[in-house]
Design a protein around this ligand. Structure first.
Ligand SMILES: *[C@@H]1O[C@H](CO)[C@@H](O)[C@H](O)[C@H]1NC(C)=O
Ligand SMILES: *[C@@H]1O[C@H](CO)[C@@H](O)[C@H](O)[C@H]1NC(C)=O
Ligand SMILES: *[C@@H]1O[C@H](CO)[C@@H](O)[C@H](O)[C@H]1NC(C)=O
Ligand SMILES: *[C@@H]1O[C@H](CO)[C@@H](O)[C@H](O)[C@H]1NC(C)=O
Length: 376
């Protein structure tokens, strides 16, 4: 069906293949080709009637993790998170949100729905009965971004540009649909909310949420790549992604162009290492605290030494930084400026440690020009 060309997933895929292989004895799925299994029907006589309940075992594709949802739509909350190679029994099929190229979803014996795209291919719809149409239901509540706020495919600081579903500017009206307490910490707060764009924003970066929302449920590790069309179909190999563009402050001479595809001169360390640092809470950057290391630091209206002073931070003062950028004034020689919680800019050289001194920050700080979205 589809192949995921992700070096970081190879180990996990190998494990799931081993699991699948060891689970083959007595199992119903017969490997036919790389990604195609024949389906064997299981019929369970139903005690109180002459009807039979047909279920079909199915397996989550290698390199894929999927959500099993309360209804067959992206914004429905999750009942279960299925990992690579997870086997589940399907009970019926229905129609829902289109995922890549299919609107078919299957109900599993966990009483929730998975998209056909994430499963190993099979003739399930021919074998199973129709579930009936299933309504989309989810809770909603309003909020608004306070700071530059990423909206990510999972409630974590992801490195890959495609996994930033949205990059909201401040003051963007949001409609939230559910919350999770298990996201990555932002200044110690691990609550994230899902927006109507099917991505998660940190609570620490948005206005107070005065609404009763559903828990989003268990959230698997997901990447946009898992839902890219099959490269086989187009006959073109999928390019291996370069280093995340958000690592724009690691290299010496990085372009100041507003393009979000700014390349970095650093090695692809962060991407490969992300599994190890995952949820370690050590490295990340958005709303990062730093300190003034000079006598004082003027906070300017623009990333430009000739712009007006908005306020002044004293020596030793703590400053919370949203993102960073290069000076807009050529005379400043690409000085890095930090955009603070007070919506003004300070010379990075006046902070301690400086952005460029701190390896982790250099790897992970976002460029302010990545925040382009003004609508949910
Ligand atoms: C589905 O595939 C299995 C295995 O090839 C086959 O036995 C079965 O007849 C198929 N079912 C239908 C309805 O095509
Ligand atoms: C079998 O289907 C009937 C309805 O057709 C349902 O009431 C029953 O709970 C099902 N049994 C199982 C084990 O799912
Ligand atoms: C699927 O159904 C079969 C037969 O009822 C059962 O043996 C198996 O444990 C079920 N698998 C899962 C993952 O529930
Ligand atoms: C930033 O601060 C350093 C240290 O005081 C200074 O040398 C540099 O000129 C400043 N850059 C700008 C653009 O003001």
């Amino acid at each position: 069906m589809h192949i995921v060309l992700l070096s970081s997933l190879i180990a996990a895929a190998a494990i799931s293949m081993a699991t699948a292989a060891s689970g083959t004895q007595g199992a119903a799925a017969l490997p036919l080709s790389h990604h195609h299994y024949l389906v064997e029907i299981r019929q369970t006589p139903h005690a109180s009637s002459s009807s039979v309940n047909v279920t079909v075992p199915s397996t989550v594709e290698d390199g894929i993790q999927t959500e099993c949802k309360t209804c067959p739509y992206k914004l429905c909350t999750n009942v279960a998170a299925y990992e690579y190679g997870h086997t589940t029994n399907l009970t019926c099929w229905t129609e829902g949100d289109k995922i890549v190229d299919t609107t078919t979803w299957f109900k599993t014996t966990d009483d929730c729905y998975v998209t056909e795209w994430d499963l190993v291919e099979g003739n399930y719809t021919e074998v199973l009965s129709y579930c009936g149409s299933v309504e989309q239901t989810y809770t909603t509540g309003p909020s608004k971004t306070v700071y530059n706020t990423e909206c990510n495919i999972i409630p974590e600081f992801v490195e890959s540009e495609e996994d930033h579903t949205k990059m909201y500017q401040p003051e963007v009206d949001l409609t939230l649909t559910c919350f999770t307490n298990e996201g990555e910490a932002v200044l110690g707060n691990t609550v994230w909310y899902k927006t109507l764009s099917n991505c998660y924003v940190p609570e620490a970066e948005i206005e107070f949420v005065d609404a009763t929302l559903d828990d989003c449920g268990p959230i698997p590790f997901m990447e946009a790549k898992m839902r890219e069309p099959d490269p086989e179909a187009s006959g073109v190999a999928q390019p291996v992604p370069l280093v995340a563009s958000s690592s724009a402050f690691g290299g010496a001479s990085t372009s100041t162009s507003p393009s979000t595809t700014t390349t970095s001169t650093t090695a692809p360390g962060p991407l490969l290492a992300r599994k190890d640092t995952d949820r370690a809470g050590s490295s990340k950057r958005w709303l990062y605290i730093t300190q003034i290391g000079d006598d004082f630091a003027d906070c300017l209206s623009h990333p430009d030494s000739s712009s007006s002073k908005v306020k002044q931070y004293p020596f030793g003062g703590y400053v919370i930084v949203q993102c960073a950028g290069y000076s807009e004034n050529e005379a400043d020689n690409d000085q890095i400026y930090l955009y603070t919680e007070d919506f003004c800019w300070i010379n990075d050289t006046l902070t301690d440690p400086q952005l460029i001194d701190d390896e982790e920050r250099s790897e992970f700080y976002p460029n302010c020009n990545l925040f382009v979205d003004t609508e949910v």
